[in-house]
Design a protein. Structure first.
Ligand code: NAP
Length: 465
């Protein structure tokens, strides 16, 4: 028998999820010294996950990560299998029968919950839903957001909250030439939102925005940023936090906020107001959201460990629209252990572990489903490289006989009537999206339904017949 990882007996790996961590894991595998075949499996016909469906449409620079992924997709021994849902169309156990190893890179698709009364009232949404909707994600195509309220609130002060705030704050003309989904542009054109409140449970020194994102909010053309100078006063622990050199992002954030507080920005049609040390206590109706009751907090604990502690004082904000932007959470993959509390697949050095903390042979994870929703796109590269390093170290312990990889999987999918999509199919969908965008001055007009994507492939194959 030929050595595993040789030309005659390549290591067969299935990577599940084609977002950043999936592509970086693929790259690390294909660039290793071994002969490795990678099948990148994705539940949608379109690849790129968070970069396509999470990055804000007005941040095209961040989407340039796709240029790197396109190069990875052209490496020898790479295949894309889109429109295949692992856990429904094929099980993880079946994958482990066809491949030597499986790397789960399926990201964090759900949201954390606030756990307060009224959270599910009409008008209260998760940021994930809104982000996926304006980015044309097929799962969210039929969502409706009633933008007829004057006042919107966003809970959370991370970069996702900043994205949501910007999309609500910008005029349609500022978004028109981006790849924002047409249905979202039409709805935003009718938006009556005039006030956007961005609410943090801790203080200005603990806001999680990065500087560029916060500065963008401070400099919007059609929306005046405001913050009460009193809310920027810092306790001794927060001042100590800002003195730490490594905490330069927070130091700069506080400078930006002080700058916002020092200047009046009148004459703009919309206002964006930052609040600190306030937690949502309940959302009230009747019927749909009308009021957000906020509880004031104080910080407790040592520097860098400060937590928000309720004071019992409340205030009420009349608002008809609310987005909870308090962090993503992973969702379980059927047949794979899951840490419900942390919303991740439990791992040790990238190896998926069972309830006894023992590694499950051949099963790995990388990216947000492994470490939780932290860091920027590039952070996932090192994370995927680390998981692949563990996988390659385990090579001697894998079954050494050859596995069929896609040659075993695709007949199974055909038998189950799964219309899987290869990378050439994606190229055709991509070209059509770009062509649809051109007359509108957009980089692309995305297909927002799976049927439309498959229909596009049908037309392309008929044209070539
Ligand atoms: P995040 O940065 O972790 O921010 C979550 C926010 O929610 C924090 O302000 C957090 O406050 C707050 N929060 C959590 N639980 C809460 C609760 N129960 N009540 C009230 N507030 C609560 O998460 P994110 O904004 O979802 O972003 C995820 C990752 O993607 C981040 O690493 C982010 O930088 C990245 N991202 C980057 C970009 C970009 O580069 N442009 C764009 C989007 C996202 P505490 O600090 O008190 O926990």
């Amino acid at each position: 028998m030929s050595e595993l990882g040789s030309e005659a007996n390549p290591l067969q790996v299935a990577v599940v999820g084609s977002g950043p961590s999936g592509f970086y894991a693929t790259e690390a595998l294909l660039k290793s010294a071994r002969a490795i075949k990678v099948d990148l499996i994705e539940r949608l016909p379109a690849p790129f996950g968070l970069v396509r469906y999470g990055v804000a449409p007005d941040h095209p620079k961040l989407k340039e990560a796709i240029l790197v992924y396109q190069v990875i997709a052209r490496l020898p021994r790479f295949s894309f299998l889109g429109n295949v849902t692992v856990g429904r169309d094929v099980t993880v156990d079946e994958l482990l029968g066809h491949y030597h190893a499986v790397v789960l890179t399926c990201g964090a698709e759900a949201d954390r919950r606030l756990g307060i009364a009224g959270e599910d009232l009409a008008g209260s949404h998760t940021a994930t839903e809104f982000v996926a909707w304006y980015n044309g994600h097929p799962d969210y195509r039929n969502r409706r957001f009633d933008l007829s309220a004057d006042v919107a609130a966003i809970v959370g002060q991370g970069n996702v909250a900043a994205d949501v705030a910007r999309v609500l704050a910008k005029s349609v003309d500022e978004l028109r030439n981006t790849d924002i989904a047409e249905h979202a542009l039409e709805a935003l054109a009718e938006s009556r939102v005039r006030e956007i409140h961005v609410i943090g449970r801790r203080g200005p020194a603990q806001a999680r925005f990065t500087n560029k994102e916060l500065k963008e909010l401070a400099e919007l053309s059609n929306c005046a940023a405001e913050v009460d100078p009193g809310s920027l006063e810092l306790n001794a622990e927060s001042r100590a936090e800002l003195e730490a050199k490594a905490n330069f992002i927070s130091t700069k954030n506080v400078e930006i906020l002080r700058d916002i507080a020092s200047r009046a920005q009148g004459g703009k049609p919309r206002r964006l107001i930052f609040h600190f040390l306030k937690s949502p206590a309940k959302l009230t109706g009747p019927g749909r959201l009308q009021q957000l009751v906020l509880e004031r907090n104080r910080l407790q604990g040592a520097a860098f460990q400060q937590v928000a502690s309720a004071t019992g004082q409340t205030e009420t904000l009349a608002c008809g629209l609310l987005f909870r932007s308090i962090g993503y959470s992973g969702i379980p993959v059927p047949g794979v252990p899951f840490d419900v509390k942390r919303g991740v697949i439990p791992t040790r050095e990238g190896r998926v572990v069972d309830a006894t903390d023992a590694p499950i042979r051949g099963l790995y994870a990388a990216g947000w489903i492994k470490r939780g929703p932290t860091g920027i796109i590039g952070t996932n590269r090192a994370d995927s490289v680390a998981s692949v390093k563990s996988l390659l170290a385990d090579l001697p312990f894998f079954p050494q006989e050859s596995r069929r990889g896609s040659e075993g999987l695709t007949p199974l999918l055909e038998q189950r009537r799964v219309r899987f999509v290869c990378y050439a199919d994606w190229d055709a969908i991509d070209a059509e999206e770009v062509a649809r965008g051109q007359p509108k001055g957009k980089p692309r007009e995305k297909f927002t339904r799976v049927d439309e994507m498959l229909g596009c492939l049908e037309r392309a194959s008929q044209a070539h017949a």
